[in-house]
Design a protein around this ligand. Structure first.
Ligand SMILES: [Mg+2]
Length: 236
């Protein structure tokens, strides 16, 4: 599915790709409607209906991904509520081995996320996977979500990469479409971003269930040569 000799840059989404989307889905679809119902003295069903209506508008915009925006809109401390459920934040299977292998290779490994900086902090406080990345790019910092072409142009300006030798793994189809339009050649989606939901079957991009399906070999290097600095101990 992936010929690792063709890949120099690996761009990885966070929610639904590296982390189980169940935390996010449970928070927005179950936990928050419950708290909102209490706050307004309405039924959970009415609360859920009201919130789902509001959430369905503006998807894919920076506001929609912003915890500050929703804190203001709903007059609730969303980051604090998210922290209440932090025990539910979890890394998907095989992710640590996958990241370790990539980190040991010559490749540039970049997390590209639409998650708000506060969301990222809450998650990395609980499951810190930042050590395996060369850098982490938050779309809010580039003032454009991954769904917009502007994001890829700004990413390119900040840290140049060759789209023809770049792989993006992301569970959101609109993001994959945007990356494809920009020219990123290798695109993969996730078949089951939320471990408690059924596998998706209507994907328009090739998909994996888990990262063991595309695990790079331990000593894999794009040019077929081992890194000379790794031979002969740790002396400079
Ligand atoms: Mg995602």
């Amino acid at each position: 599915m992936i010929d690792w000799r063709e890949i120099d840059t690996v761009l990885l989404d966070m929610d639904g790709t590296l982390l189980d989307l169940h935390y996010d889905n449970f928070f927005w679809m179950q936990h928050l409607p419950r708290v909102y119902a209490d706050k307004h003295g309405i039924s959970e069903e009415a609360s859920r209906e009201h919130l789902h209506g509001r959430f369905s508008a503006g998807q894919g915009t920076l506001d929609w991904y912003s915890l500050d925006y929703w804190s203001e809109q709903l007059d609730m401390d969303i980051p604090a509520l998210k922290r209440e459920l932090r025990h539910m934040i979890s890394v998907r299977p095989h992710v640590i081995e996958f990241l370790t292998r990539l980190h040991e290779s010559h490749r540039d490994v970049v997390m590209v996320t639409n998650a708000h900086r506060k969301t990222l902090d809450i998650k990395m406080d609980h499951v810190d996977i930042t050590q395996w990345f060369d850098r982490i790019v938050v779309s809010h910092d580039l003032a454009a979500p991954k769904e917009d072409q502007a994001f890829w142009h700004k990413l390119q300006a900040l840290h140049p990469f060759d789209p023809a030798r770049t792989l993006l793994i992301d569970d959101t189809e609109r993001v994959l479409e945007s990356a494809r339009d920009y020219g990123i050649a290798h695109l993969l989606t996730l078949l089951q971003p939320d471990s408690k939901h059924q596998k998706r079957i209507d994907n328009r991009f090739p998909g994996i269930h888990h990262f063991d399906e595309i695990m790079p070999a331990p000593d894999d290097a794009a040019d077929g040569n081992a890194d000379p600095s790794r031979i002969g101990g740790s002396t400079p």
